[in-house]
Design a protein around this ligand. Structure first.
Ligand SMILES: N[C@@H](CCC(=O)N[C@@H](CS)C(=O)NCC(=O)O)C(=O)O
Length: 220
């Protein structure tokens, strides 16, 4: 049973130890949902087991299983959970509204410009250089790209603590997780965004889900 009073299916979240898995655990905690965490790690071989490959042939975490529904992609999971179980919580704006259009816009922006194009490039060519090769110029460009794009969020958050509407939503989970990632990588973030990040770090769901998610390490 969720806080929103809707009965849920049998929920399982696969994956732990990474920023992407953290986002999904965080939303599950925001919603107060009962679920089974299967904390398999990346690059441990656990994403290549037969059982897991049947769920996600991409061999990537996180994956949510909700009865017959199997869903990968951290942002899709965050949004699905709030849409499906968060009636009345405002954790996602209503579909077919301007607020929802902006929510989707921020989701795409954060995943592309702050995650895939920049922070993940740093991960590939620094932590995972054995696999993807050393590329100092790519890292330098990724840091500059991150700082340029994150300034857009800084402007949007100049006088507020929420990206969309007047309350915390799934895109604040996505942005806070990327800011945490940048800080962990010693990439400077604007003071305003550091204050925003620290504000959301006070949420009980942030703390509980972080402890659970990072109780396993990300793997090599
Ligand atoms: N776009 C995906 C990316 C998922 C992803 O790349 N996950 C990594 C860990 S952060 C993974 O599972 N790697 C598998 C492995 O290396 O074993 C999302 O946001 O969920």
């Amino acid at each position: 049973m969720s806080d929103s009073g809707q009965s849920g299916g049998q929920l399982t979240l696969w994956g732990g130890g990474t920023v992407r898995t953290f986002r999904a655990h965080w939303m599950l905690h925001e919603l107060g949902l009962d679920y089974e965490p299967r904390l398999i790690g990346s690059r441990t071989g656990e994403t290549q087991s037969e059982e897991f490959r049947r769920l996600n042939p991409k061999e990537k975490i996180p994956v949510l299983v909700d009865d017959a529904l199997v869903l990968s992609e951290s942002a899709a999971i965050v949004t699905y959970l709030a849409d499906r179980y968060g009636a009345g919580t405002g954790l996602t704006p209503e579909p077919r509204t301007d607020a929802r259009a902006h929510y989707d816009e921020w989701t795409s922006f954060i995943l592309m410009e702050l995650d895939a194009h920049t922070l993940y490039v740093m991960r590939r060519h620094r932590d995972l250089a054995d696999l993807y090769g050393e590329a100092p110029a790519a890292i330098e460009a990724a840091i500059a790209g991150f700082q340029k794009q994150v300034a857009v969020a800084e402007r949007a958050l100049a006088h507020r603590n929420h990206l969309v509407g007047e309350q915390f939503t799934g895109v604040d989970i996505l942005l806070t997780s990327c800011l945490d990632w940048a800080v962990a990588y010693q990439v400077g973030i604007p003071e305003r965004l550091d204050a925003y990040r620290r504000h959301h770090q006070q949420r009980p769901a942030y703390r509980a889900s972080r402890e659970l998610n990072f109780s396993v390490s990300p793997g090599a």
